[in-house]
Design a protein around this ligand. Structure first.
Ligand SMILES: Nc1ncnc2c1ncn2[C@@H]1O[C@H](COP(=O)(O)OP(=O)(O)OP(=O)(O)O)[C@@H](O)[C@H]1O
Ligand code: SF4
Ligand SMILES: [Mg+2]
Length: 355
């Protein structure tokens, strides 16, 4: 499924929100470093999962990717072209091709608009995308594509369940036939039983329309089955990234290991065997990021070097000449495998037992 040429490439992306004091004469006294130097690439037809705790900058990153906000620094390349400085028609074309699906289907749909008007709204902003006389037909077709009855066009959002509302949000995201969809926690507000249905729908649409996805979640277990690659975010930065099995079965960053150790495990026996890693302390404020490694205030392995040197997001020294799944990017001075963090998933490749 994954392509090789990146359709979207992000380099050194930064979004700082100024912190000011004073009412009349505003003085900048600091900055909220919401996104603080992110590098990532999205292949054609690929799904990149982005995972991190609340407040780590996921939604800010999503808004930057779809051009709803402009970055403080860094580049976003769409098919090789830097789109951060675009305006006018060029910007409009890019916006059409990179669409967003929002987190909360209860608040992201206007309660006073009919479903038909919500799904067809992108045609008001991009009238060139569909002739006026054909829009109604297209909206009905989009509802059908996401598994809703096309006769629902005249209904209002409150007449639908959460899962159905998210299908409406997805239909709206598809209206302009984009190439990329940035989905910001599209299933987090839904019941567990409905989450899988929406994820399966998104997987089917990806194949049908050749879409590339950035799929954001705060829980590693949600993105596992849809992502080709996963990036773990902490305080505005990516701390570990790799293919599915590299991250889930061979994590080397202490933060990823802690997140995985908290993933719910249904089998009680397996649950007993795994070791929970409890993180101490709260996530620091993005207005006051620790020196060196930003995870050090909660890391059980932190040493002196961690406060002095920022670890680079690269294959760690220890694995540089290795070829196995542990040899992937991890921003930790003391990266090492810690297994098993998660009990083996039946049906996946067998894993070695811990040494
Ligand atoms: N417009 C803004 N002005 C100032 N600070 C902001 C703004 N938008 C976001 N922030 C701050 O930036 C940080 C990252 O926020 P963001 O919403 O991107 O996180 P998130 O990972 O999406 O969190 P959540 O899981 O809660 O959705 C937070 O500390 C937030 O308060
Ligand atoms: S660099 Fe140090 S503080 Fe940061 S994750 Fe690695 S061991 Fe922990
Ligand atoms: Mg968010």
């Amino acid at each position: 499924m994954a392509g090789t040429e990146p359709i979207l490439e992000v380099g050194g992306l930064v979004k700082h929100y100024p912190l000011t004091r004073g009412v009349l004469f505003k003085k900048q006294i600091g900055a909220v470093r919401a996104v603080d130097g992110v590098d990532l690439a999205l292949g054609r037809g690929e799904t990149l999962g982005i995972v991190g705790e609340s407040g780590c900058g996921k939604s800010t990153l999503a808004r930057l990717l779809v051009n709803l906000e402009s970055p403080t620094a860094g580049s976003i390349r769409y098919k090789g072209e830097d789109i951060t400085g675009l305006s006018g028609r060029a910007l409009k074309t890019v916006r059409r091709n990179i669409q967003m699906v929002f987190q909360d289907p209860y608040t992201s749909l206007n309660p006073r608009m009919t479903v038909g008007d919500i799904v067809g709204e992108p045609y008001e902003i991009h009238p060139e995308a569909a002739p006026k006389g054909d829009r109604r037909r297209r909206v009905r077709e989009l509802l059908d594509v996401v598994g809703l009855d096309p006769d629902y066009v005249g209904r209002y959002p409150h007449q639908f369940s959460g899962g159905q509302r998210q299908r409406i949000g997805i239909a709206r995201g598809l209206a302009l036939r984009p190439e990329i969809i940035v989905a910001d926690e599209p299933v987090s507000a839904l019941d567990v039983s409905v989450q899988a249905q929406v994820i399966n729908l998104m997987a089917r649409l990806q194949d049908e329309f050749g879409l590339s996805y950035v799929f954001i979640a705060h829980d590693l277990s949600i993105v596992r089955h849809i992502s080709d690659r996963v990036a773990v975010m902490y305080l505005g930065r990516i701390v570990e990234r790799g293919r599915d099995t590299e991250i889930y079965d061979h994590p080397t960053h202490p933060y990823t290991q802690a997140l995985l150790s908290a993933v719910p495990v249904p089998d009680p026996e397996a649950r007993q065997r795994r070791e929970r890693i409890l993180l101490s302390g709260d996530v620091p404020s993005p207005a006051d990021i620790p020196s060196g490694c930003r995870f050090r205030t909660r890391c059980w392995k932190a040493r002196e070097r961690c406060a002095l040197e920022v670890p680079a997001l690269a294959v760690p020294e220890e694995f540089r000449f290795a070829t196995g799944p542990a040899a992937h990017d991890s921003a930790c001075h003391f990266a090492e495998e810690k297994r098993p963090v998660l009990p083996r998933d039946p049906g996946r490749e067998p894993r070695e037992e811990p040494a």
